[in-house]
Design a protein around this ligand. Structure first.
Ligand SMILES: *[C@@H]1O[C@H](CO)[C@@H](O)[C@H](O)[C@H]1NC(C)=O
Ligand SMILES: *[C@@H]1O[C@H](CO)[C@@H](O)[C@H](O)[C@H]1NC(C)=O
Ligand SMILES: *[C@@H]1O[C@H](CO)[C@@H](O)[C@H](O)[C@H]1NC(C)=O
Ligand SMILES: *[C@@H]1O[C@H](CO)[C@@H](O)[C@H](O)[C@H]1NC(C)=O
Ligand SMILES: *[C@@H]1O[C@H](CO)[C@@H](O)[C@H](O)[C@H]1NC(C)=O
Ligand SMILES: *[C@@H]1O[C@H](CO)[C@@H](O)[C@H](O)[C@H]1NC(C)=O
Ligand SMILES: *[C@@H]1O[C@H](CO)[C@@H](O)[C@H](O)[C@H]1NC(C)=O
Length: 330
């Protein structure tokens, strides 16, 4: 019975919600989102071939765009290709509204090599106190992205920046651990591309071992560890010695590894290594890491409590929307 009522309410509110949302002032916090990678969208920020800014995956909706030094505007003229962190930067062919203009409809231009306005996209804009909000739709493909910030440069390089500057090595079953003896085929990091990485397992972020692991552990033959202390948050990028452990020595071979403490995790500038070498982690858990689900409560209970939690958040959100709606009508 309880569940039946909740389901009915959910359906009713779901049906009404878009109607409330559509009439909401997009300036209200919560009625707009922050566009991803705002600080990489300036006209002085070059196209990043490896990780271009792309808006194919964004949700249609209202966005505010935050740069390094505050909110950003779309440039209202075409500068060139290969800027704004992307290949084809969308610029605004039109003017920004004043407060009196309210909400205005404008055209954004997708340029190509031969035309500054090869294709047009609709963009709705409103001036809010101190910033503009833009109603944006996902782009048809990559690398096309909305440009923001005339004459804005990219932020200084920071390997901690998850969005842009490092990748994550998923150590899902934790077999990089120095607790893991190598049964079966040894693995190696000969496929790893040179670059900045954080290492993550189902137990959270991990660090490269700072103790000499045993030969034939970390699911490889020659584990790689770092002979040096972990930098503090105050340190910038530090360079330490990575050691390759072989069957005779803890440090048969050495090379430099740059690293930085990003507070809750450490990032490393890693390079490809030959077989059978592999970066080894110092997690103290057993090997392999136990399944999370096997230690938790029954799935059924989990689902039910999650359902009620979701319902509660949804109800509160709906009531807030309703209040905002009534408030705006008056
Ligand atoms: C910009 O819009 C105006 C008015 O709609 C149009 O005349 C002009 O050709 C457009 N500019 C470009 C580069 O397409
Ligand atoms: C832009 O909006 C106009 C009407 O407001 C519509 O006719 C047109 O199809 C839209 N263009 C795109 C590309 O969605
Ligand atoms: C490393 O090897 C030694 C000697 O074989 C053993 O006692 C120790 O437990 C091993 N360490 C780990 C972490 O497996
Ligand atoms: C680790 O580095 C220190 C000093 O840099 C050195 O004295 C020590 O021998 C190194 N340890 C190993 C196992 O190579
Ligand atoms: C980063 O440094 C702080 C001390 O400044 C330390 O407490 C923290 O554990 C370090 N982070 C990691 C992931 O090691
Ligand atoms: C973890 O779960 C998977 C599938 O659910 C199972 O195949 C695997 O044996 C489990 N591992 C452990 C250590 O329990
Ligand atoms: C499951 O939940 C019950 C009550 O909420 C608790 O008493 C029990 O210890 C939990 N079991 C596990 C394996 O966490």
């Amino acid at each position: 019975m309880d569940i039946y009522i909740s389901v009915c309410l959910t359906v009713l509110l779901l049906a009404l919600c878009p109607a409330f949302k559509a009439t909401l002032d997009p300036c209200i916090p919560g009625a707009h989102k922050e566009l991803h990678r705002g600080k990489y969208r300036g006209t002085l920020c070059p196209y990043n071939f490896d990780k271009p800014v792309c808006d194919k995956q964004i949700e249609e909706g209202w966005y505010k765009v935050q740069g390094l030094n505050g909110p950003l505007k779309m440039p209202d003229s075409f500068s060139k290709l290969d800027v704004c962190g992307t290949n084809l930067p969308i610029w605004l062919n039109g003017s920004h509204p004043t407060e009196d203009d309210g909400t205005v409809h404008r055209e954004g231009c997708i340029p190509t090599a031969t035309s500054s306005c090869f294709k047009v996209v609709n963009i709705t804009i409103k001036l809010c106190p101190g910033f503009f909000v833009y109603y944006l739709t996902p782009t048809s493909s990559c690398p096309i992205a909305y440009c923001f910030g005339a004459d804005e440069e990219c932020p200084p390089f920071d390997p901690c920046d998850y969005e842009y500057e490092h990748s994550v090595i998923e150590n899902e079953n934790g077999d990089r651990s120095s607790m893991c003896t190598t049964d079966g085929d040894p693995y190696c990091d000969d496929k790893i591309e040179n670059g900045w990485y954080a290492i993550h397992s189902s137990n959270g972020y991990q660090r490269i071992s700072s103790n000499c692991p045993n030969y034939s552990s970390c699911k490889t033959k020659s584990p790689i560890w770092i002979n040096g202390s972990i930098p503090t948050i105050q340190d910038d990028i530090v360079t330490n010695k990575a050691c390759v452990r072989d069957d005779r020595s803890c440090c048969s071979h050495m090379f430099d590894v740059e690293m930085k403490n990003c507070s809750s995790y450490v990032v490393y500038k890693l390079s490809t290594v030959p077989c059978f070498q592999r970066y080894c982690t110092d997690d103290k858990t057993e090997c392999p890491i136990a399944n999370i689900s096997s230690s938790g409560n029954s799935t059924e209970n989990g689902v039910t409590s999650k359902y009620y939690q979701g319902m509660f958040i949804f109800l509160v959100e709906s009531i807030m929307l309703l209040v905002q709606y009534i408030y705006q009508r008056n």
